[in-house]
Design a protein around this ligand. Structure first.
Ligand SMILES: *[C@@H]1O[C@H](CO)[C@@H](O)[C@H](O)[C@H]1NC(C)=O
Ligand SMILES: *[C@@H]1O[C@H](CO)[C@@H](O)[C@H](O)[C@H]1NC(C)=O
Ligand SMILES: *[C@@H]1O[C@H](CO)[C@@H](O)[C@H](O)[C@H]1NC(C)=O
Ligand SMILES: *[C@@H]1O[C@H](CO)[C@@H](O)[C@H](O)[C@H]1NC(C)=O
Ligand SMILES: *[C@@H]1O[C@H](CO)[C@@H](O)[C@H](O)[C@H]1NC(C)=O
Ligand SMILES: *[C@@H]1O[C@H](CO)[C@@H](O)[C@H](O)[C@H]1NC(C)=O
Length: 507
């Protein structure tokens, strides 16, 4: 005990004396899931992510606060849920969603603290004034395939960023891969997951640093929420190839960090934005849409290397974690922003597992994906229970363009039309489209979220408790949808400081 204390004190002194800058490298997969050796997928080859997990802490209960690309990225970078930062849906093109002009974000706050920020890859958030990176190579400056999937190009850009880094200044480098996102919708010539892009075959170009790994569709691991059909299996095989490319990109980045001499003072985080692009995954708040891979590897926290945490973690925790890591919790601007954050720093988890967080909850808020896909939902999840509130529950659940054209989904439609079995964990697409207002699942006995127990008498107090906690979170995060559906937020008895939900359906 004493020895360890002195060791820690000594290290602290050394750190203080050298006044070493402490940096962050945040790597994000795009629609990446648990297709990794370290998450017990024995087929998909991810040696570099596995090595990172070995050199860090792997998270078994990490969840996004929103299951859609731009909203998730905006939430990650602000620490605020979708309804509070304003990014209600996808940012690009006709979708045109933006965060609120005045919202504080990591690049904005860190810039004020003289921490250099860089982004390589998919940005997909705006307006630019709310996300002002110092070094930016994104879809706004060049082809998304180059900055998001060409791992040689990504390596070169990272090298440039690190080579031009002032060593007495800390940095935050955010590398947002576009892998392993689908691409059948935009670049069908490269395959369903762009798995052929740069593989050296005629017309595909070459990515010099990539050794493509190919998979046999008969051997892939089909997750329980994906139909076990040939169409789906072939897509998963392509997804794995693309995931293996991302993994090799992670290896290149770690090497760049080491070569530039920053490995010793850089916190490295890997996670993803939302669930995989299959039914019940992305755009859903079921676990396949919400649960995320996460690894944090720290050069100064050695206690829990190669361990797993089961602590309830939200992607809303990333911003507080970075503010903590950079030691700028107390700056005035940061303090003001931090007062609005509902997440928590994860650094203490790198030292020890909390004694008991059985009651700890993570929250989610979904509004749109595409502009047409208005399907607002709110959710609370503890280790044991999940409660989902489907605000527009009378509408059919909307299907996104990218999933719609996929063979997996077309096959499901064909089977439905032809009255053939779906070979799926739900019997009918109709059950997937039409959801009740409230869904409550006991994840201990029903991790697949099939058996809605909200009406069970024995669940009454659990339901009330979760509902109240969700309502309190909506209140704290100033959720404009707090009274939905059917309610209107109005001053009570004319008192502007006492807003309450007035029921418009009470007749
Ligand atoms: C590097 O950063 C330090 C501290 O901010 C500053 O004093 C110095 O001028 C910078 N050096 C260069 C070359 O920009
Ligand atoms: C990927 O980037 C490298 C390095 O910039 C380049 O040489 C190569 O042609 C690119 N590959 C593709 C397929 O665009
Ligand atoms: C990193 O730390 C290791 C072990 O503490 C040390 O041998 C090495 O010189 C350090 N490298 C740098 C770049 O500080
Ligand atoms: C925090 O929330 C309050 C109330 O909504 C808002 O006025 C303020 O601008 C927010 N602060 C920051 C830093 O976002
Ligand atoms: C937390 O939940 C686990 C699993 O249900 C249980 O084994 C453990 O006893 C609980 N801890 C406390 C303090 O209730
Ligand atoms: C679905 O059916 C259409 C029409 O019969 C057919 O052209 C298509 O190939 C089928 N798609 C899949 C994925 O089975």
């Amino acid at each position: 005990m004493g020895g360890r204390f002195f060791m820690l004190a000594f290290l602290a002194l050394v750190a203080a004396a050298a006044d070493k800058p402490k940096n962050v490298l945040l790597m994000l997969g795009d629609d990446a899931g648990f297709e990794m050796g370290s998450y017990l997928n024995k087929i998909c080859q991810t040696p570099n992510l596995d090595a990172l997990a070995k050199d860090g802490l792997i998270f078994n209960n990490a969840y996004t606060s929103v299951s859609s690309c731009s909203p998730s990225r905006a939430s990650l970078l602000t620490g605020l849920p979708s309804h509070q930062n304003g990014m209600y849906g996808l940012h690009q093109g006709v979708h045109h969603f933006d965060s609120f002009d005045k919202v504080q974000s990591l690049p904005k706050l860190l810039r004020k603290m003289k921490i250099r920020t860089g982004i390589i890859g998919k940005k997909h958030v705006g307006p630019n004034s709310a996300y002002p990176f110092d070094f930016a190579h994104t879809e706004e400056t060049e082809s998304i395939l180059q900055v998001g999937r060409n791992i040689s190009r990504i390596k070169e850009l990272a090298r440039e960023f690190l080579a031009t880094q002032n060593r007495s200044q800390p940095f935050f480098l955010y590398v947002a891969f576009h892998d392993p996102h689908r691409c059948g919708h935009t670049h069908p010539e490269f395959g369903n997951f762009c798995e052929k892009f740069g593989n050296g075959q005629p017309g595909m170009g070459k990515i010099p640093d990539w050794n493509p790994v190919y998979y046999d569709w008969q051997q892939v691991k089909v997750p329980y929420f994906v139909p076990d059909t040939e169409s789906a299996r072939r897509e998963i095989a392509a997804q794995y190839t693309t995931m293996s490319r991302l993994d090799q990109g992670v290896g290149l980045l770690m090497k760049e960090l080491e070569n530039a001499g920053f490995k010793n003072d850089t916190l490295v985080i890997y996670t993803s934005d939302n669930g995989i692009p299959f039914p019940s995954g992305r755009t859903n708040l079921y676990d396949p849409g919400m649960a995320e891979p996460m690894i944090i590897s720290s050069p100064v926290h050695k206690d829990r290397k190669n361990e797993a945490t089961h602590s309830m973690t939200s992607l809303l925790d990333i911003t507080p974690t970075l503010l903590d890591w950079f030691g700028i919790k107390d700056a005035r601007k940061v303090k003001k922003h931090a007062a609005n954050l509902t997440g928590k720093s994860l650094l203490s988890l790198l030292k020890e597992e909390p004694a008991d967080d059985n009651q700890t909850a993570v929250f989610a808020s979904q509004i749109h994906h595409e502009v047409t896909m208005y399907y607002p939902m709110r959710a609370i999840r503890t280790k044991r229970y999940k409660l989902i509130h489907n605000l527009n529950f009378k509408m059919p659940f909307p299907i996104d363009q990218d999933l719609f054209i996929s063979d997996t989904f077309q096959d499901m439609l064909n089977r439905t039309r032809n009255q053939q079995p779906l070979v799926w964990y739900k019997s009918f697409l109709k059950n997937y489209y039409y959801r009740p207002e409230w869904e409550l699942y006991d994840l201990k006995y029903n991790p697949e979220e099939q058996n809605n127990i909200v009406l069970k008498k024995s669940m009454k107090s659990t339901f009330e408790d979760l509902k109240n906690r969700l309502f309190e979170w909506q209140k704290k995060t100033k959720d404009p949808w707090i009274c939905s559906p059917g309610g209107v937020l109005e001053p009570f008895n004319g008192d502007k400081n006492n807003l309450q939900c007035m029921d418009s359906l009470a007749f």
